[in-house]
Design a protein around this ligand. Structure first.
Ligand SMILES: *Cc1c(COP(=O)(O)O)cnc(C)c1O
Length: 220
């Protein structure tokens, strides 16, 4: 689909759910996509891109001449934290040790790094992220990370989930966000919804959807 088709769908999903127009930001997940496809989406007007590897993001960043915001959406190894401090938003804060590493890296770069806490609602072994019951401890640790700003929660639904399972995951993420808010963080964002499930995610309150395949075509 073109960017326009997708933003139309997002607008319709917002309206159907009674959400404020423009409440949902689209992140174009450009990982593995050739530069020509990225360039085309850029030409159509997209200005927020998501990558899941720091090196790949750096090489794309070097190609792009207009101002673009880069989000890191994929799992990050601690030894890459330094490079991750350059991103505008890190969606994948998934361990306390990574939080400390990112906090240090942001401190060295003399900036405040915006982050989302990744939660693994379904408990799938293959997914990173905190279980909901870990959040009180995580919140305590995050309070000590003065260079991080906790803006909300990110989650991924199981690939093959049916609609009720999807909704349960998205509600779990909302619950995680409430927990973080209750612990004193601003945490207003919910990054959830990918190519196969973004309309349901918007109904369940997503503020950021992360779309790759539906926008760029398959990653071959
Ligand atoms: C690849 C990826 C996406 C985009 O997935 P699509 O199904 O292609 O839309 C979104 N979020 C994360 C964390 C990803 O790794």
């Amino acid at each position: 689909m073109t960017l326009r088709d997708i933003t139309d769908r997002i607008t319709k999903a917002e309206a159907a759910a009674g959400r404020t127009p423009g409440a949902v930001s689209l992140i174009a997940v450009s990982k593995v996509q050739p530069n020509a496809r990225v360039e085309a989406v850029l030409q159509e007007g997209q200005r927020i891109f998501g990558e899941n590897k720091v090196q790949e993001a750096e090489s794309k960043r070097a190609q792009v001449t207009v101002p673009v915001r880069w989000h890191l959406v994929g799992h990050l190894q601690r030894n890459k934290a330094k490079n991750a401090a350059k991103f505008d938003l890190v969606h994948s804060l998934d361990s306390e040790r990574l939080a400390v590493a990112l906090n240090d890296a942001a401190g060295e770069a003399q900036r405040v790094l915006e982050v989302l806490v990744q939660v693994n609602v379904s408990g799938e072994g293959t997914k990173s992220g905190f279980a909901l019951h870990e959040l009180p401890t995580v919140a305590e640790r995050l309070h000590a990370c003065g260079n991080l700003r906790v803006r909300g929660v990110m989650t991924m639904a199981p690939f093959d989930a049916d609609e009720s399972a999807l909704r349960a995951v998205f509600r779990g993420a909302r619950d995680a966000r409430s927990q973080l808010q209750g612990a004193g963080f601003r945490a207003e964002w919910l990054s959830m919804g990918m190519s196969g499930d973004y309309e349901v995610a918007i109904e369940e309150g997503a503020t950021h959807v992360r779309l790759g395949t539906v926008l760029f075509g398959s990653r071959t």
